[in-house]
Design a protein around this ligand. Structure first.
Ligand code: ZN
Length: 294
């Protein structure tokens, strides 16, 4: 079914969507490992602002190891999106995540919002950051998620041009779907502000922003649990936009641990990575189209 969209992009939903092994829904935990990139991109003068930089770096040096341990202990795979600059500065962390079976995705070079760039600059940054992340990872990177949720037509085209198969940034549907660009087709894995920890916990020292120290992890996990329970009733895909420096704080991760333990009780949910979810959608689309996807 082809639907011309008001957005100006053509999408193809899969009429008989299904998950592997008869599962009713799928969950791919997503982490945005922004580190200090957000602070550096938001305010170039922050290169001398050690407090602002360290707030983000906490996520990489302190929180990420225990997040990895949580995923491993509970047997839940994760997808970790890196600004290429952060991967470049922390190559061993990227390699360790891959060794533990997790997916690595691209998240800009220095967390750029594409709307601050010309299309030419956007393309150059995509090429550079993609090459760096592939080199660090030692493998082809297959997906992208938008820093500060900036996506336009040229962004989707750049993703396809580089050979990536999925974007994880748009919000219109519950199930994944296909987007047809002038350069080819990619899988969209839909996200939601409801499953983003920034509106709940976000707090930036410089540039000043967010108001995230007034909410408990219990309240946040209640929101995320409700969305999980709703997914089990209505079906669809569930991916998170979590930040190690926010939800990786000790008290919050302690609650998230409990939530994951709850989620793991249900065997009608496919716990997967964004890469594997996108590959599954492409396989389904090939079956429907008789093998060819432009
Ligand atoms: Zn980010």
């Amino acid at each position: 079914m082809s639907i011309p969209k008001a957005l100006g992009i053509e999408i193809n939903s899969l009429e008989h969507f299904s998950w592997p092994d008869g599962k009713k829904s799928a969950l791919a935990f997503g982490w945005h490992v922004d580190g200090e990139a957000g602070a550096l991109a938001g305010e170039p003068g922050n290169v001398d602002h050690f407090t602002a930089r360290s707030e983000g770096s906490y996520g990489v040096s302190t929180a990420l190891p225990r997040i990895l341990e949580m995923h491993d202990r509970l047997g839940v795979p994760g997808t970790f999106f890196f600004p290429a600059y952060i991967a470049e500065m922390n190559p061993q962390i990227v390699r360790t995540l891959i060794e533990h079976g997790h997916d690595i995705g691209l998240h800009g070079y220095l967390h750029e919002n594409v709307f601050t760039l010309s299309e030419e600059e956007e393309r150059e940054i995509f090429k550079k950051s993609y090459r760096i992340l592939c080199d660090v990872a030692g493998q082809k990177i297959l997906g992208w998620s938008a820093p500060t949720w900036g996506v336009r037509k040229s962004t989707l085209e750049a993703i396809v041009e580089l050979g990536m198969i999925y974007d994880c940034s748009l919000m219109e549907y519950d199930d994944p779907y296909l987007i047809k660009t002038s350069r080819g087709t990619l899988v969209e894995l839909p996200i939601s502000p409801v499953l983003d920890d920034w509106p709940i916990f976000g707090m930036s020292i410089s540039p000043s922003g967010g108001n995230g120290v007034n909410t408990t992890a219990e309240a946040a996990c209640q929101i995320w649990k409700e969305e999980f329970d709703g997914m089990r009733r209505f079906g669809g895909f569930y991916t998170t936009t979590f930040h190690p420096n926010l939800t990786g704080r000790r008290g919050r991760l302690n609650r998230l641990y409990e939530l994951l333990e709850y989620m793991k009780n249900f065997d009608d949910v496919w716990f997967t990575t964004c890469k594997d979810a996108a590959s599954h959608v492409l396989d389904l689309a090939r079956v429907v189209s008789g093998g060819a996807i432009e």
